[in-house]
Write a protein that binds this ligand. Structure first.
Ligand SMILES: Nc1nc2c(c(=O)[nH]1)N[C@H]1C(S)=C(S)[C@@H](COP(=O)(O)OP(=O)(O)OC[C@H]3O[C@@H](n4cnc5c(=O)[nH]c(N)nc54)[C@H](O)[C@@H]3O)O[C@H]1N2
Ligand SMILES: Nc1nc2c(c(=O)[nH]1)N[C@H]1C(S)=C(S)[C@@H](COP(=O)(O)OP(=O)(O)OC[C@H]3O[C@@H](n4cnc5c(=O)[nH]c(N)nc54)[C@H](O)[C@@H]3O)O[C@H]1N2
Ligand code: SF4
Ligand SMILES: [Mo]
Length: 701
């Protein structure tokens, strides 16, 4: 432990875990032995009462790690060593460099790349900073790689994107639960008790995943689907429901439109044909279709498995079709949910960090939205830039030379972006790369400036969990060294750029209250919230437009958010992936997560208790595939795609679809699977196809 680290709080303090969207509450207890602090689960917050998973229990370790950045550093070139610098010099010099770049190439030459782990306040300020201080259209964030397909599908079907249309408490009340492309047991472990309780009460659980996972262990039916076939499979379910008239006629007639298109699209997807295309038995297609449709109450949950594809929006719409067609939205024990990923994956996409968005989930292209937000910000609507491009496309604009400078705050895109050798080339071309992080990440190694931000225990703020529950997270520890609160840093940059008047706040709640005003009247309306209320009520579900509004745990009870109040059903014809397998690349690579690591691994690879259990990525393959490549005991495999190659240890398991190899993405450099992934994007959400690319595999010593 570094001696400039905070030596621990004197009294017990509370916080919430920094990792997944469950946002479990924790207590920090001062140790009786020396300066130690321990994390304990807290029973005081209604989401995961009294539970934390391994990541949460060990979340203090990275915060107090000796690798933690403690002061600003700069270097003249990427080859030069880092030099310690003072904050004043740093802020002034960065502002000067930004000005020179903007004078020469225009305002849009500077881009901002944010993150979904940051508080609502920081996400909001990043959006305001880009539009008001930098006046650039280029801002996006890592949530583009995460929730964007689900967000687009929710907006299209319901007219609103709140990941879950119902609170978690609906799960134990349901009779039939479909979990598609979501590995909850490893990714939101403290959500499992809700599912197990439903099971105990007699609910049927169906999982759809190319692998047997910790989650599928709890399932009554597990469908081991080849990646890319969700839409075909769901077409089969919809076909049976339409053909056997199992749909909720009244709900479909009164509350939705688009039934004819849906029925047309699924006409040819008989269970027999679906069996032919997917290998899933005809009888299983019928059983699941009938079971779900006839259940009194049912829930469909999806996650990145089917969303992170070039057809991600349509795949998600298919599962929403299933929930709507059977009338299972807006009622107790029912709902559709895209299980949000990051700590603030929900709030992070609502308040203007996204390329096309202003606070309150407003569209930056809507004149009324621009006028409202411009008034709150005290600027002329014409000063607001237009819509920018998605995260990966911003990186490509750096590669093409249009973007010359980038500020990265709260993300490690060199590890987490697809086809990342191209991303490395792009970042290397930037004239100015500023990274604000806790560590010298893989991305930071390409930066000119490396600035120490604040961790979850040091910055007060609000977040919005996977249910849409907005809650307050207190400050638990003092900032170590010369670290700075992310929000202060943004305000200081704005001041150095001559826009300080627009960033005057009396503390962080002041930022929150301005954000609530900016969101007011928008779809994600936080207008009725303040810190006092959030603390008292242990979180409030948005929309919450007024102080006397109770919040909205269960959405769409009477109307959907489209102007006519109806949800939309879609007629979807399944499409091919960007890179179908062929003779040269005959297998499918899919990527995802392990329980002990988190995203780019910046935090969890530095946590001994976690890294010890899972030190390196291991590829999962089926015995059939092992036989095909002649794998012998002790050998590793080389996986090669059109973009790159990687050598990994291997686990041979019956529990994976035979033509598929699964590799986790939590490592960088030569262990980074994103060297191989394809950078094709969904046409609507601009989500990369992380879950599917063609590879060849060989055994190596
Ligand atoms: N331990 C841990 N927890 C996390 C995270 C983490 O990094 N580590 N990250 C958080 C974040 S940001 C997110 S977004 C969530 C992600 O949570 P999930 O989406 O649940 O996680 P993934 O492992 O990416 O993918 C889920 C499953 O999709 C399957 N899959 C692959 N291709 C397909 C397909 O074509 N169809 C179907 N139906 N399934 C497919 C994979 O085998 C995998 O088991 O987790 C959050 N929680
Ligand atoms: N192949 C493949 N690639 C994927 C995915 C996949 O399934 N497969 N999933 C995608 C998904 S869903 C996601 S969400 C992305 C995420 O990918 P990344 O954005 O790269 O995720 P993180 O590792 O969370 O990066 C967050 C960084 O911010 C730092 N940080 C954490 N908290 C704070 C803070 O409060 N302030 C500051 N200043 N810094 C902070 C951390 O140290 C870390 O370096 O990865 C995507 N990439
Ligand atoms: S379930 Fe998620 S929020 Fe809860 S302790 Fe684990 S990683 Fe943290
Ligand atoms: Mo994510």
């Amino acid at each position: 432990m570094n001696d400039t680290m905070p030596q621990g709080a004197a009294a017990e303090t509370s916080s919430h875990c920094c990792f997944c969207s469950m946002q479990c509450a924790m207590k920090l207890i001062p140790g009786d032995k020396g300066p130690g602090l321990t994390i304990k689960p807290s029973p005081d917050f209604p989401v995961a009462t009294g539970r934390l998973c391994q990541k949460g229990l060990n979340a203090l370790e990275h915060v107090r790690h000796t690798d933690r950045l403690l002061y600003p550093q700069r270097r003249q070139s990427r080859e030069a060593p880092w030099n310690r610098v003072g904050w004043e010099e740093t802020t002034g010099a960065i502002a000067g460099q930004i000005r020179r770049i903007q004078e020469r190439y225009g305002n849009d030459a500077v881009a901002v790349y944010g993150g979904g782990s940051l508080t609502n306040e920081v996400c909001y300020l990043l959006g305001k900073f880009a539009r008001v201080a930098l006046r650039t259209k280029y801002i996006d964030y890592n949530g583009r790689y995460c929730m964007s397909s689900a967000a687009a599908a929710g907006n299209q079907a319901f007219g609103l994107d709140r990941g879950m249309t119902m609170p978690l408490s609906a799960i134990p009340e349901t009779d039939y639960l479909i979990l598609a492309g979501t590995n909850i047991a490893e990714c939101q472990p403290t959500m499992m008790p809700y599912i197990l309780e439903a099971k105990k009460k007699g609910a049927t659980i169906v999982t759809i995943d190319p692998r047997n996972t910790m989650t599928s262990k709890s399932a009554d039916i597990h469908i081991r689907l080849q990646p890319g076939f969700d839409s075909v499979f769901v077409s089969g379910l919809l076909h049976v429901i339409v053909n056997e008239k199992l749909y909720d006629e009244r709900f479909v007639f009164e509350r939705t439109s688009g039934f004819e298109q849906l029925a047309d699209a699924v006409r040819d997807f008989t269970p027999a044909r679906v069996e032919e295309l997917t290998g899933v038995l005809e009888s299983v297609v019928r059983t699941v279709a009938r079971g779900f449709a006839k259940a009194q109450r049912g829930i469909v949950l999806t996650a990145r498995g089917l969303e992170q594809q070039v057809n991600g929006v349509e795949n998600t719409l298919q599962y929403i079709n299933l929930a709507l067609l059977t009338g299972k939205v807006g009622k107790p024990g029912c709902g559709y949910g895209a299980v949000t990923g990051q700590a603030n994956g929900q709030g992070g996409r609502e308040h203007g960090q996204k390329a096309d968005q202003l606070p309150g989930y407003r569209s930056i292209e809507d004149p009324a939205a621009r006028a409202h937000v411009a008034t709150v910000w005290g600027i002329d609507p014409d000063e607001l830039p237009g819509k920018g491009v998605s995260a990966y496309e911003m990186l490509m604009k750096a590669d093409e030379g249009e973007i010359k400078a980038m500020i990265v705050l709260g993300s490690n895109p060199l590890v987490s972006s697809p086809n990342n050798s191209r991303v490395e080339r792009a970042l290397n071309k930037l004239e100015l790369l500023v990274v604000v992080d806790l560590f010298e990440t893989e991305t930071a190694r390409l930066a000119h400036w490396l600035l120490p931000g604040s961790s979850f225990l040091e910055g007060e703020g609000t977040l919005t969990n996977l249910e849409g529950r907005v809650f307050h997270r207190a400050q638990a520890l003092e900032l170590p060294g010369e670290c700075k609160l992310d929000y202060r840093l943004i305000c200081e940059w704005a001041a150095a750029l001559g826009k300080g008047d627009y960033f005057q706040y009396d503390g962080i709640e002041d930022v929150f209250l301005e954000m609530c005003r900016a969101s007011s009247g928008g779809k994600a309306d936080y207008g009725g919230l303040n810190y006092g209320r959030l603390k008292r009520e242990k979180g409030v579900f948005w929309p919450c437009p007024a102080p006397d509004h109770p919040g909205s745990p269960l959405l769409f009870q009477e109307r959907f958010a489209h102007p006519d109040g109806k949800a939309r059903l879609f007629g979807i014809l399944p499409k091919m992936p960007a890179e179908p397998i062929d003779e040269q690349y005959p297998y499918i690579l899919t990527t995802g997560r392990l329980s002990n690591h988190y995203l780019s691994g910046a935090q969890t690879r530095r946590t001994e208790a976690l890294a010890k259990k899972t030190p390196v990525p291991v590829a999962e393959i089926h015995p059939w595939l092992a036989g095909k490549i002649g794998l012998r005991v002790g050998e590793r495999i080389r996986i090669t795609s059109r973009r790159g190659s990687i050598v990994l240890q291997v686990k041979v398991t019956e529990g994976i679809q035979p033509r598929t190899v699964f590799v986790p993405f939590h490592w960088g450099e030569e262990l980074s699977i994103n060297r191989l992934t394809v950078d094709a994007l969904d046409p609507t959400s601009r989500m990369p196809e992380f879950k599917l690319c063609a590879v060849r595999i060989e055994a190596v010593m």
